[in-house]
Structure formats: C-alpha cells, structure tokens
Design a protein around this ligand. Structure first.
Ligand code: ADP
Length: 647
C-alpha cells in the first residue's frame, strides 16, 4: 500500500570518498527509521586529469563487483533488521564532460567514459533511474567561501537543461542544506537528497515519496512527482525506536501519526489545511517530535475532528473550502465546551499583511505565522503554545485544589461558629433571668452588658452562618405556604425591647388580605430581622421605624407582597448604594456601629432564592427604606386572593 516513505537516494560510503563504512551507513539510516535509501558511491571517468587524480586518492569505486555484492547482502539484512529498503546505485561522475548523474537501482557496472546522453541511456537500459546531482551551483559554497567547489562544480546538465529535460528522470532540488529554487521554477520532477559523505550529513534535506516500499514503485513515484521535501534533523540523544514512546492507545489509530523517537510532547495537534503536501510534511515533522497528529483538509472536516478529537492545538490555515479559518476560529472561541474553547490556535496563512495578523489575534488566535515558513520556527512555536497550555492546565488544577481545600476549611470554620451559638444563647438567657431578680445598680449594669453582648454575638453567628446554609440547601426543600404577617410581627417583636431602650418608636400596621407566600418561613424571618436590626442600629435615639406589608395584585404577571422597613437613621451615601449588598462591605458612615457586613448580603440572597428582590430607597437626610418583594405563587392562588379581597 502506498504511503509516504522517508528516503535518501544519494549516499556515499568508504567504498568511494565517504567517511562511514557502508554497513554503518545502513545501520544509521535503519535506526533513524528511514524507509528507503540508495547507496550511490562515486564512479569517476578515466579520461580527465582531474578524475584520474580522484581515482588515485581512492575517491572512486574500484571493485564494482564486490560493491554490488556488499549492497545486496546489506539490503537483505536491513530489510529484516529495520524494514529498510536498500537500493544499489552509483554517482557517475564524468569530469571531462562535467556532469554528475545518479543511477538509481543499478544491477551492474556502467562505463562512465561516455557522454551524458549515452550514459542515461545505459542507466535506463538496466531499468534504473537517472537523476541529476546538485544541478545548479550551490549557494552554500559562496557562504563558506569554498572556491574550489565553485570551480569544480559540474554544470553541464544544468547549462543544457532544455536538451536533458526529457532524458533525466528527476533533478535534485535539495542537496544537504542547499535548496535549488531554479529547479522548482523549471517545473522539473525533483528530489532532495543528503549527498551523504559523513555522519553530520544525516541532518539535511530529504524526500518523502508517496509509494509502496518497493523499488519499482518508488522509481515510478519519483517520475510522477509524488515527492515532498522536508529538512531532516538528527536528534543524537534519542535516536532509536527502542525508546518505546509509541502512544499506547491513540484515540484515532487511523489518523494519528506518532513518531516515537523524538522528544514526546504528547499533545494532540490538528493540522487543518487544504494543501495536502503541506499537511503531510507538518504531520511528519510534528510526529517526529512526539505530537499526536490529526489531519483535516477543509474547514468542515476540521470542525468535526475538533468536536470528536478535542485536540490541544490547532494549526489553522485561513483559506479553506467549506468553512474558512476565520470562521472556524470564531466558532471555537465561542464554544460552550471549555476544552474546545480553550484550545491553542496557530494561524498559518499566506496573508502577510499586518491587518490580517491583528485580525487573527483579535478573533482568538494565539499565534500567527506567514507562509512560506521555516519548519523549525513552526515547531518551536507549537512547542511554546503546548507548554503554555500545559502550564495553564496545571494552574487550573491547582486552583481547583485550592478551592476545594478552602471550601473544606470554610465548612469546618462554620461548624465551629455554629457550635458557639448554643452557649451564647444560654449566656444571654441566664443574664436575662438574673436581671429580673433585684440586683444592685452595679450588677444590673454588668448583667445588661453581658446580655447585650451575647445578643450581638448571637446575631453575628447567625449572619456568618446564613451563606453556608443557603449554598448547601435549595429553597424547594421545606417550602410551605406561609402567612407572612405573623412572620413580620415576630421579627418586629424581637427588636421591641432594644428599640425601647434606645428610645426608638417601632410601628407595624398589619394590612388586610395579605396572601400566603410559598417560602421557607425561617429564612424570610431571618431576612426581615436583618433589616430591622440594621434599622435599629443605624437610627439614633429618638428615631422611628415603620414596618409595612402590602400586597399588589397584577393579574398577568402574578402577585407581589412588599415588606418594607423604613427608618429615620443615618441614611446611605449615594456612592455606596450598590456596594452595601456585597459581602463584608461596611458603609463609611456606619463604622461607629458594630457589624461584619454580612446582614444585607444574606438577606438579599434569601430573597432572591425565593424569586424576589431586595430594594433600597434613600431619601437624603431622611433615613433609609429597605423593601423585600416576594412573589405570591401560582394563578390559582392569585384567584383565591383576589376573590378574598373582593369580599
Ligand atoms: P453591617 O450592618 O454589619 O455593616 P450589613 O450587610 O447589614 O452589614 O449592611 C451593610 C452596610 O449597609 C452597613 O455597613 C451600612 O453602611 C449600610 N446599611 C444597612 N442598613 C442600613 C440602614 N438601615 N441605614 C443606614 N445604613 C445601612
């Protein structure tokens, strides 16, 4: 079955001018998980002085018979050991005519002392493939100041490329670190090879060939241009497949390409791009780094894979059929699922205008890279994104842990507070009993102090406990139809003594026809008590508190009961009107009174849990009015109340 084969069809060994023995070359490529290689040692002509010099230096294969035999033996071993296909070949170098031609899949020797056309003919007669070695001049010579190579570089084929276009099967477009853009521009079939002479040349341009792992198929695929280029970088620290890092259970085995022998990031990367070759190349390179790779060739397919595979990272092309990258990015960032919404997105696009980048980042991309790009840069950026994502994940985990420990601590704190309540009540009750007996003035004073302090502390305990009660219990539990006026009356009664002491008048005028309310009576009592306690606390001596209960009947929207507590106290500064309902907020003008800033917040919470509202009205210089609005229940009930009120 055809697959993308990792190949290098231009290798030299110590049979000619390489520094690595042939067996070692094969082992190196086998361990580096190549699929197919061709050994192509030099065979120089014997007709030019320069070639003869090279012959003398031992840079040409001399014993061709043993050369082919050795390759044959190694091929069988490599097949078994590494599933590596080893092909016999030669680099035939004629320095008189100034050409280097690779003959791939040769069975026997070839006479290098002939013109290029005849030589190509001989290669073809053996069923071999004729490839032009490094046809144009290499830029790297100039960069390295290598004048000798500039002088001796064979240029015959390239200078006469029109003549050879129909004869040469493929032209090297990549050789070591050089890429020959001009070969691409000529639109010749191309291939990239390492021109291996030394171990360091393993790191170089290589080819992926889409073919069956078999000589004829590979040759055919090259001619049919099923070749993709990539830069292979050797990682010496972790070169072997024994590293055993194949992901154990890939979620989509048919899709995931994990190459186990490089640094495993383990992150799942989806590549969404309609350029198939690019996807393959990226997939290969990311796979080598240990990423699990998913592929999609249009926006819709990408979306499906995001939903099913939930990748960690997305490499997103912008111009795709079905659904473009911009739209896909928006959909992801608005998704309900946190895993999808939070995935890292790297936009990859030929659109290089700054506005495009800005727009991409604005709509939610984490990074933006312009095509054509440098593979190492892309891998680096993907690595950074994946690290960032991992870090955020860890932080979220830690936060979750912190939240739950804080919650646990809060629960035990509340338990402790709760346990304080009973002893406090009994202290208060005892003080009250003792007060009733005749005591000296001094005793009376001290006992009153004890009584008032215990009352205050009991209220604080109540306030501190309310939020936990509310958060752990739902209102639907213990909800009954409650006649609200008696509840209000009870709350008013509870402050009468204290109010009298402070010389504050408390007025409560019951109204007729107040409907019952489906609620938790004890909670509503607590909310009203909180409002009354505040009114008492924040109203100076000689003030007045008015409590009213009113029912409003609105046939369509349902009935409402309003419980209002109006005082003539210090009032609330306009700026603080929003803040006073926040937990632990205490008004600037309220500091003289004791309190912890939880009363209003818990009252509001109670009222809202019943579907009601807690409102505040302030009249500058004339105190405050707090109103609890509670819904009265369903239509049937409203009907009854209406009938009652008509009677
Ligand atoms: P605390 O009374 O313990 O401060 P609350 O949550 O009950 O906490 O009230 C929050 C703030 O709202 C108070 O500190 C005060 O500034 C203001 N407040 C509440 N009720 C009144 C009132 N009746 N008159 C004036 N200010 C009030």
């Amino acid at each position: 079955m055809a697959e993308w084969l990792l190949t290098d069809l231009h290798l030299h060994s110590t049979f000619s001018d390489g520094t690595v023995p042939m067996e070692e070359v094969v082992r190196l490529y086998g361990e580096s998980e190549f699929d197919a290689i061709a050994i192509t040692d030099h065979l120089y002509d014997t007709q030019s002085p320069r070639s003869l010099e090279l012959h003398k230096e031992g840079k040409s294969v001399k014993d061709l018979e043993s050369y082919f035999r050795t390759i044959d033996g190694l091929a069988q071993w490599a097949k078994k050991e590494y599933d590596l296909l080893v092909i016999a070949g030669l680099e035939i170098c004629n320095l008189r005519e100034d050409y280097h031609i690779l003959g791939i899949d040769l069975k026997e020797s070839i006479d290098p002392n002939q013109e290029a056309e005849a030589l190509i003919e001989m290669i073809h007669r053996q069923g071999g493939l004729a490839i032009a070695s490094h046809p144009p001049l290499k830029l790297s010579y100039f960069l390295q100041g290598d004048n000798e190579s500039i002088q001796h570089h064979p240029l015959h084929l390239w200078k006469n490329r029109n003549r050879y276009a129909s004869k040469i099967d493929a032209w090297e477009i990549g050789n070591r670190e050089d890429l020959f853009g001009s070969v691409g521009l000529e639109r010749f079939p191309y291939i990239a090879n390492s021109d291996f002479h030394d171990r360091k040349h393993l790191t170089s341009w290589k080819s992926l060939i889409f073919a069956d792992k078999e000589k004829e198929a590979i040759k055919k695929a090259i001619v049919e241009r099923k070749v993709s280029l990539f830069f292979f970088r050797e990682d010496r620290e972790e070169p072997s497949r024994q590293a055993g890092r194949v992901p154990e259970e890939p979620a989509e085995p048919s899709e995931i390409h994990a190459y186990p022998h490089e640094g495993v990031e383990g992150a799942r990367v989806l590549i969404a791009d309609d350029e198939r070759d690019l996807v393959e190349m990226l997939s290969y390179n990311l796979g080598r780094k240990g990423y699990q790779v998913l592929k999609a060739y249009d926006g819709y397919e990408a979306w499906k894979k995001i939903e099913s595979g939930k990748p960690d990272l997305l490499i997103l092309d912008l111009m795709m059929p079905e659904l473009d990258g911009w739209e896909l990015c928006r959909i992801i960032r608005r998704h309900d699922d946190e895993g999808i919404r939070g995935m890292s997105i790297l936009m990859l696009s030929a659109r290089a205008m700054p506005e495009d980048r800005v727009h991409g980042l604005q709509i939610g991309a984490d990074d933006y890279l312009v095509k054509p790009f440098f593979m190492d840069e892309l891998i680096l950026r993907i690595g950074k994104l994946s690290q960032k994502r991992k870090m955020v994940g860890n932080l979220c985990g830690e936060m979750e842990h912190l939240r739950s420990t804080t919650q646990e601590k809060e629960v035990s704190l509340r338990k402790a507070v709760h346990d304080l309540k009973n002893p406090l009540i009994s202290v208060g009750a005892s003080a009250r009993r003792m007060l009733r007996r005749n005591r000296t003035e001094e005793d009376q004073k001290l006992l009153t102090l004890i009584y008032n302090s215990s009352l205050r502390l009991t209220r604080w305990v109540d306030e501190a406990l309310v939020p936990s009660d509310l958060s752990t219990r739902s209102t639907t539990e213990d909800v009954t139809d409650v006649l609200i006026q008696p509840v209000v009356e009870r709350a008013v009664d509870s402050i009468r003594d204290a109010a009298a002491e402070k010389k504050i008048e408390v007025h409560f005028s019951p109204s007729p026809s107040i409907p019952s309310i489906p609620c938790r009576g004890d909670w509503i009592l607590r909310a009203i008590e909180n409002l009354l306690a505040n009114a008492l606390k924040y109203t100076p001596e000689g003030g007045r508190i008015d409590v009213t209960v009113t029912s409003y009947l609105e046939w369509k929207q349902g009935g409402v009961v309003e419980i209002s507590v109006k005082d003539t106290g210090i009032g609330i500064p306009e700026k603080e009107i929003e803040k006073i309902f926040e937990p632990f907020y205490r008004g600037k003008n309220a500091q003289a009174e004791p309190g912890i800033g939880l009363g209003l917040c818990s009252a509001k919470e109670i009222v809202e849990l019943h579907g009601g509202k807690l409102l505040v009205l302030r009249e500058p210089g004339r105190g405050s009015t707090f109103s609890i609005l509670l819904p009265t229940g369903d239509k049937q009930e409203r009907k009854e109340v209406e009938a009652e009120s008509v009677i």
